[in-house]
Design a protein. Structure first.
Length: 313
């Protein structure tokens, strides 16, 4: 049986799965609006992107939200699909929601650019050109912040947020992450990130996206994306938890949710209300890891995988 150890490998493949938290029987949301958004942002910042999307959607469904904020949340969801999950079809769906449902939103110009980028990645260049020609007629408008975190830089009219910087740093190997801890180190990394973006844009203008080595690299990235997609489809609906599950998990693991003094001694047990978000996240991760391993075990048996570890030098 093939065993894959370590959560890093799970995070490498498992970029999305489904998260469901039930509401009270009277349909009153179990969390306040602020708690709901904070939970969504917590999932986002911990790279549980599908779980974050689900929380954002439940927020839009269950809470009164003014139009501009609705536009921003739909834009955030679109950007998760575009930037984090590389699912350009779903990204287009939510960009189009902003475009047609919230025409007064200051995000309209940026949405037009993102639609063009989605179509280019889907190899629909003629559609991309059509939208590009139409969008160039729009007047410049202020683009609102669309991801968790402060805006820390701009590339043209595109915002780079603290959330973007944190995400890029987390993609590095652990030993490199450990070298980017101070404000000065993060600033230097940000400058390198911007330089890479500028070089990428320049290379694209020169047609290097048709280079043979680039095409091979794109194939490998596509293969990984397809593995991520089938993983999402296989696990969808299999990692479900509700409020009752969360409370039971808390009661069974109270020793995990305590405050300790400087010597490591327990000084206070946190209440369920204080710990609810962390408990829910811990339970979700535990069930996610179990479902992932069960899937790999099943596929390993079906494909009759054999590893000759004694022959590995």
């Amino acid at each position: 049986m093939l065993k894959i150890k370590g959560k890093n490998i799970i995070y490498y493949l498992m970029l999305s799965s489904l998260w469901i938290i039930g509401c009270d029987k009277d349909n009153t949301p179990a969390l306040s609006a602020d708690q709901k958004i904070n939970l969504a942002n917590t999932f986002y910042n911990n790279e549980l992107f599908a779980a974050a999307i689900n929380e954002y959607l439940e927020f839009l469904r269950d809470y009164p939200v003014e139009p501009n904020k609705r536009a921003n949340i739909n834009y955030t969801i679109a950007n998760i699909y575009f930037e984090r999950l590389n699912n350009y079809t779903k990204a287009m769906e939510y960009y189009l929601r902003v475009k047609h449902l919230y025409p007064e939103s200051p995000l309209q110009k940026e949405v037009g650019k993102r639609l063009v980028s989605c179509l280019e990645r889907l190899e629909r260049s003629q559609d991309a050109q059509r939208i590009l020609e139409r969008e160039t007629a729009l007047k410049p408008e202020e683009v609102l912040e669309h991801k968790p975190g402060e805006i820390i830089a701009r590339i043209g009219e595109e915002n780079v947020t603290q959330g973007d910087l944190d995400f890029e740093i987390k993609q590095l190997p652990p030993y490199l992450q450990n070298q980017i801890q101070t404000r000065e180190q993060k600033l230097e990394f940000l400058k390198q990130y911007i330089a890479e973006r500028l070089l990428y844009d320049s290379a694209k203008r020169k047609g290097l996206d048709q280079d043979k080595e680039i095409i091979e690299g794109t194939y490998r990235a596509k293969r990984r994306l397809m593995a991520q997609r089938i993983l999402t489809e296989e696990l969808q609906g299999k990692v479900n938890i509700n409020d009752a599950d969360v409370e039971l998990y808390y009661k069974a693991n109270k020793d995990k949710y305590v405050e300790k003094d400087e010597e490591g001694k327990v000084v206070r047990e946190k209440s369920f209300r204080e710990s609810a978000q962390q408990v829910a996240q811990d339970l979700f991760l535990e069930r996610q890891e179990k479902a992932y391993q069960e899937l790999i075990d099943r596929l390993t048996r079906a494909e009759e995988v054999k590893i000759f570890d004694n022959k590995i030098n």
